[in-house]
Design a protein around this ligand. Structure first.
Ligand code: ATP
Length: 458
């Protein structure tokens, strides 16, 4: 069996070749979502979204054979599996059998050989960002920055409400710059992780590494600066990092839920620097934009969504794109459960009605204990482990998930959550909540875990 590293190289090469040779829309739709399951007996086993995707992939034997020769030095054939042709157990078996997982996170080597994780999620691109009146200028600014980093608007400061695409645009800038210049040193980081990296570096006496990573970047993407710690050391470090990057012409992009002047956690001298470049906002999408977003997202589904159904969903959710996506997923879930392939308004309204009423009804019976029980069961832990003092990762992470769910679903205060989890301090809960909120934006596994646990309550 080939080494996993080689499989990864092979799959990356297939995608690179596809990106060069196939129009970006078709690439996003047919190629990008496919997964390499394994390579056995010189055959690549590839999982695609539907039988329709399979037809497209059949014509791509050149990609596979070229990448096969480049990486393994021999011809590689391929077998295709379509999700909509498999039963749920077959799909789950195939996915569990896989000896290789496609990674969405792009990792690059910096020239000196130090590993630099970009933190970027390859699925967020300009190509799949829908333009509308609420984001037009910000999108234009982001594209301009990606075109001439460090030159046009520096820093670029994007602000706006939850789930409106700020993080998406940040990743799109990073992905675009890396596509143009694969050796560019790019890093996406949430403000909290920047602070964590700094604190760890000081604790482990590794400030030189920290500075090498952050002060040599070509592009720093810093998300959610409203959550930046107000501790003196970290603020000074950020100030110095900002100045070093700015002076050497590196591009800085920041996001926040508010305008720079309202960032009380940061010093005036730093906030005033944010205004040196361009400050631009994103507002809620109008009906047409919501329709366009639903159209794009529903195209990736094996189901048929007539436009009146999409229009119905667009009319129900009007202020947050993340919720809009969630509503579409819910409708798809209910349609699948009812074995419906053409999703009519009736099915959509049933799904959304049940989403709303179930949410209110079952949430009114929901307790912290129930969330702890379900989370512990999901991760195969005992309740005493979940709320006890143990700190290994396989316990600490589910504990953070449970705290996040209590906060999200019940709105319980941070100190009360701390109490319910073995008398922990409210800052520990705050940290847990932030960690999981951040992961929810980019980590598909975490999104799936949360979704699966939440479903137990509905
Ligand atoms: N205009 C758009 N076109 C396509 N997808 C969009 C658009 N706006 C938002 N989305 C999608 O909505 C989801 C939420 O967006 P994102 O995480 O970028 O929001 P955000 O503004 O950073 O939210 P938060 O402030 O909560 O972090 C993502 O899946 C993103 O791809």
């Amino acid at each position: 069996m080939p080494l996993l590293k080689e499989n990864h190289e092979f799959w990356t090469r297939v995608k690179e070749l596809a990106q060069k040779n196939i129009k970006s829309g078709a690439y996003e739709y047919f190629i990008d979502p496919a997964q390499l399951l394994s390579i056995e007996n010189d055959t690549a086993n590839i999982l695609v979204e539907s039988s329709f995707h399979k037809d497209y992939w059949r014509k791509q034997s050149d990609l596979i054979s070229t990448a096969g020769f480049e990486v393994f030095g021999k011809p590689i054939s391929f077998s295709l599996y379509a999700k909509d042709e498999l039963t749920a157990p077959e799909l789950s078996k195939l996915s569990n059998d896989q000896n290789f997982k496609d990674e969405t996170e792009i990792s690059r080597e910096v020239p000196e050989g130090l590993p630099l994780l970009t933190g970027l999620n390859g699925k967020y691109r300009f190509e799949n960002f829908v333009q509308g009146p609420g984001n037009r200028w910000t999108l234009a600014a982001a594209v301009a920055v990606a075109d001439k980093p460090g030159d046009t608007y520096n820093p670029l400061f994007i602000y706006g409400g939850a789930g409106l695409g700020k993080t998406h645009l940040m990743h799109a800038i990073g992905n675009e710059i890396l596509t143009d210049n694969p050796t560019a040193k790019v890093k996406y980081v949430s403000s909290e992780n920047f602070v964590n990296d700094y604190v760890n570096a000081t604790r482990k006496n590794q400030m030189e590494n920290f500075e090498n990573t952050y002060r040599n970047l070509d592009l720093l993407l810093l998300d959610d600066v409203q959550f930046f710690s107000d501790k003196e050391g970290t603020k000074t470090e950020f100030f110095n990092t900002f100045n070093t990057l700015y002076e050497k012409g590196a591009q800085i992009v920041l996001t926040s839920d508010r305008i720079p002047q309202e960032l009380n956690n940061l010093e005036e001298r730093l906030v005033s620097r944010f205004s040196w470049g361009l400050t631009t906002d994103i507002t809620a999408p109008d009906y047409e934009t919501r329709m366009a977003i639903l159209l794009i997202k529903s195209e990736a589904s094996a189901l048929n969504f007539p436009s009146e159904t999409l229009s119905y969903i667009a009319g129900q959710i009007d202020s947050n794109v993340r919720e809009l996506e969630g509503a579409l997923n819910r409708v798809e879930f209910v349609a699948n459960a009812n074995h419906v392939t053409r999703v009519d308004i009736e099915t959509a309204s049933q799904a959304l009605r049940s989403l709303k009423s179930q949410a209110t009804q079952s949430l009114s019976n929901l307790t912290i204990k129930r969330i702890q029980d379900e989370t512990a069961r999901y991760y195969h832990l005992s309740i005493s482990d979940l709320i006890g003092p143990k700190r290994p990762k396989e316990i600490a992470f589910p504990r953070q998930i449970a705290m996040y769910l209590v906060r999200e679903l019940l709105g319980t205060s941070l100190p009360a959550i701390g109490n319910a989890f073995g008398g922990r301090d409210h800052t520990t809960v705050m940290y847990a909540y932030k960690q999981i909120s951040d992961k929810m934006k980019t980590d598909i596994e975490v999104q799936k875990d949360i979704d699966s646990i939440k479903r137990k309550f509905l």
